[in-house]
Design a protein around this ligand. Sequence first.
Ligand code: FAD
Ligand code: NAD
Length: 464
Amino acid sequence: MSEKSYDLIVIGSGPGGYVCAIRASQLGMKVACVEKRDTLGGTCLNIGCIPSKALLSTSEKYHEAKDGFAEIGIKAGKIELDLKGMMKFKDSVVGANTKGIEFLFKKNKIDWLKGTGVIKAKDIVEVGGTEYKTKNIVIATGSDVVSLSGIEIDEKRIVSSTGALELDSVPKEMVVIGGGVIGLELGSVWSRLGANVTVVEFQDQILPGMDGEIRKEAGKIFKRQGLKFKLSTKVTSAKASTKGVDLTLEPAAGGKAEKLSADIVLVAVGRKAYTDALGLENVGVEVDERGRIKTDQHFKTNIEGIYAIGDVIAGPMLAHKAEDEGVVLAEILDGQSGHIDYNLIPGVVYTWPEVASIGQTEEQLKESGIKYKTGKFPFMANGRARAMNALDGFVKILADAKTDRVLGCHIIGPEAGTLIAEVALGMEFGTSAEDIARTCHAHPTLEEVVKEAALAVDGRPIHV
Ligand code: FAD
Ligand code: NAD
């Protein structure tokens, strides 16, 4: 029986869903958001971006106090890890953020329908046995962990990112399967806290998809920090016992197998679209070969009135991509026009140093035959970076050889994730490297490295 009717029901309260719900409500729509988790905010706030960044921040502070303070003239005495306290802080950060979304829902008069949302018809969503009528449905059900065949994630010995955010002791030996974003961020956390971490990566370099030079530099820096890498290698089996995990590794191209053992194994080989129990079959919503919901440029599925955004559709699995799609879709539903430039979605890896990227990589430009100029500048030659004792890395700007328009920027270094914002804004407005080079940058700041890289595009950096 239909109880209440809405203009819009959003299924899933992650960054895609909750942002879409808020924007739609701001535009005057009557909105409900269905969430089956006990708290709002989705993967990002509960078991993703936020808890991982809390642990990255606290483990970084611990590591610096323990190993970095002496170098800069601070005697801190005996530094001890209070892992329980660190986890408690992380949980409090998650709690404050998820409660914040609850507050925003109340403020924007969005109903939270608690439970699993099942699409019964193109205008009906059922939650906990009650049917709700709606003009439009937005699917924002996100993604879930990918496991490897024959390797069972028990979240105790063999963990996904979710388990790796909750370990109750520091493992002596930790193997991370996958040298992507999660593997490096969470591998860094546990390495800083004292674990011997070995990253097994199928490809010949870590961080697939990033600019080649950045990938190489990242590998060098992380190795120096103590992470071990087994590249061009795949894990073919991992068996957990009460004592630990026994793994078998093989060269990616085939060959002699080797054995490895660990206390904890983190499986971080990607995520997949999540549409379980959603009822797509009830209305015939189409998915692609990877189980992602198919949409057009305006996020419309093959069924009138049903839309999808975020990790559950194609594109980078990033919170800010999901958020932007949520805003644009709400505005489209309001009759406005909207568009996202997928080339201008920054990607950031929150290791130390951070890695950040926007636009095209050098490899992509070569492949498409675009002629480009490169400007590179090292943090080592920047006064502020020296003052911070943070000398690793560089900024690299790629600009069109003829027009000087910036086509990509790739940074490895302190605050890379913050520095990329200037270039993102510039690229949104079609900036040239010369525009960035002629913009006055405060001194002494890390931003000056971006300016110098822009000057280097024209072969005229000042400080090298
Ligand atoms: P999700 O956040 O996955 O939310 C979907 C929600 O839908 C979930 O809460 C789920 O319970 C709910 N749901 C699903 N089905 C139903 C149903 N039928 N009924 C009711 N509710 C349902 N991205 C970044 O940009 N920066 C980062 O630093 C970052 N760090 C990450 C760290 C980790 C460890 C992980 C795992 C991911 C990280 N990500 C990061 C990725 C980011 O979390 C996702 O891209 C983002 O959460 C996707 O948002 P979404 O709204 O599409 O889906
Ligand atoms: P990923 O795609 O970044 O990395 C997975 C890695 O596993 C790849 O390098 C791949 O080559 C490797 N791999 C695959 N199969 C393998 C095998 N059998 N043996 C060894 N290596 C193997 O995926 P992820 O790190 O799991 O992250 C999932 C998603 O979450 C990503 O799409 C990412 O965008 C998102 N995320 C983003 C952030 C951030 O923005 N800072 C942080 C965490 C997660």
